[in-house]
Design a protein around this ligand. Structure first.
Ligand SMILES: [Zn+2]
Ligand SMILES: [Zn+2]
Length: 430
């Protein structure tokens, strides 16, 4: 064993922070352990985690290098969480269009990076000097779900509960590919080259996640299917609860019924929407949409979706239309499908620079509301999503249509790119 283990009480740990080197970390098991780093082999050790299970000194992660090049699986030094962060042994990671936008260079992001932003996993380590309340809420061995928006908890938005607008998340993670001290937690084994993180960099055997993005996953819910709670379902919930504020009896149209769109159908049903209209270009997806709650389906290659939606709603249009594709054409369809005073909610990310158009006079005279929505509010919404899934109101098994192994990660994104995934795919990692 390359490192010495010293047992200390939590009180002594709090009173003696100076004993810690910056690279040391804390594993609070029944008998709290402090690992004193060995200067000769800071990473070539095997350290002890909760319950005595040994963590390896390195891990594998899937790396994006440049646009349109396949992901490669590389070895990394074992990532180390800092204060307020946790090391998660990743169990599953969802396959999302936002990652695909990055992989295709459609949305610029720091590279090389590890993508993957909807995960489940097990807590294996807490960062040093973490608030004891975090350790109490998420003890070692906890089963957890991570949301793609990782709220800092302290910025002007987070302090008002608007976790979905967290300033640090956008300024550091989305703009720079780091966590909130401006640094990544990922370094290639051997060269030590830094690799950036898209959200937590979940397409890896381990990932570092800020505590505010994590919620305990109930025992009744499986690791694989539950991964989609952190983006697809989280995004759908944010759109329906906060942007659209769907009420029982509302009519809702969802344009684009992939992973997020089909989750919107299920959430609309859960919120008591009456007419739920699914719009897509593939009959197979529309057929599946009915199992998610769609009361009507429209294949927009065969029928004009706007006319059809207006016809279904007795000439008025829907209370809420959701655009889940991020294309100028569907943006326009979304705004034209809503009734006077209705809400057109945009959740599909587009290629950078895309512009949506709207008839200004209709917008003004008929009080059309166009609302952007990016995810949910992690601290408030994730626990509610767990309850919706646990009670079966949101059916996770229906939502996940395909599973891949970690080694098949590149193929999973190829299949997504070719439109071969109905619903959501998940990559099983550990
Ligand atoms: Zn996503
Ligand atoms: Zn914040």
């Amino acid at each position: 064993m390359g490192s010495a283990i010293i047992r200390r009480s939590i009180t002594r740990y709090l009173n003696h922070p100076s004993l810690l080197s910056s690279s040391s970390s804390w594993c609070l098991s029944q008998q709290q352990h402090a690992r004193v780093s060995n200067p000769l082999s800071s990473f070539l050790h095997t350290k002890t985690s909760g319950g005595g299970a040994a963590l390896p000194s390195y891990m594998r992660g899937a790396v994006y290098w440049e646009p349109n090049k396949p992901l490669t699986i590389e070895e990394f030094n074992m990532p180390r969480p800092k204060a307020g962060e946790l090391l998660i042994k990743t169990k599953a990671c969802g396959v999302c269009h936002s990652d695909l936008h990055v992989l295709k260079g459609e949305i610029p992001f720091s590279s090389p990076c590890v993508v993957g932003h909807e995960i489940t996993g097990e807590v294996v380590e807490h960062g040093p000097l973490s608030d004891p309340k975090i350790i109490e809420r998420l003890p070692l061995g906890s089963r957890v779900v991570g949301s793609f928006i990782m709220p800092c908890g302290n910025c002007s938005y987070c302090s008002k509960g608007h976790d979905d607008l967290c300033e640090d998340f956008f300024a550091y993670n989305r703009a720079k590919g780091t966590l909130y001290d401006g640094e990544t937690r990922l370094f290639l084994r051997g060269s030590g080259k830094p690799v950036f993180m898209y959200s937590m960099g979940g397409l890896a055997e381990y990932c570092v996640v800020p505590a505010n993005a994590l919620c305990v996953l109930p025992k009744a819910l499986p690791y694989s299917e539950s991964a989609i709670l952190g983006c697809a379902v989280f995004t759908a919930y944010g759109a329906m609860a906060h942007a659209a504020e769907v009420r029982p009896g509302d009519s809702v149209a969802v344009i684009g019924t992939g992973g997020v769109g089909s989750s919107c159908l299920q959430i609309a049903r859960a919120f008591g929407a009456s007419d739920i209209i699914a719009v897509d270009v593939q009959d197979e997806k529309l057929q599946k949409a009915k199992t998610f709650g769609a009361t009507h389906t429209i294949n927009s290659t065969k029928e004009d979706p706007i006319q059809k939606i207006i016809e279904i709603t007795g000439g008025k249009g829907v209370d809420v239309a959701v655009e889940a594709l991020g294309k100028p054409q569907t943006f326009a369809q979304c705004t034209q499908s809503v009734k006077d005073g209705g809400k057109a909610v945009m959740i599909g990310l587009a290629q950078a620079g895309s512009v949506g158009e709207m008839d200004i006079n209709r917008l003004v005279r008929r009080k059309i509301q166009i609302i952007g929505s990016y995810g949910g509010r992690a601290r408030q919404d994730l626990p509610k999503l767990m309850r919706l899934a646990e009670s079966g109101i949101f059916n996770l098994e229906h939502a996940v249509s395909r599973r891949y192994t970690f080694e098949e990660a590149a193929k999973a994104f190829q299949d997504l790119n070719q439109g071969n995934i109905v619903g959501r795919a998940v990559i099983d990692i550990n």
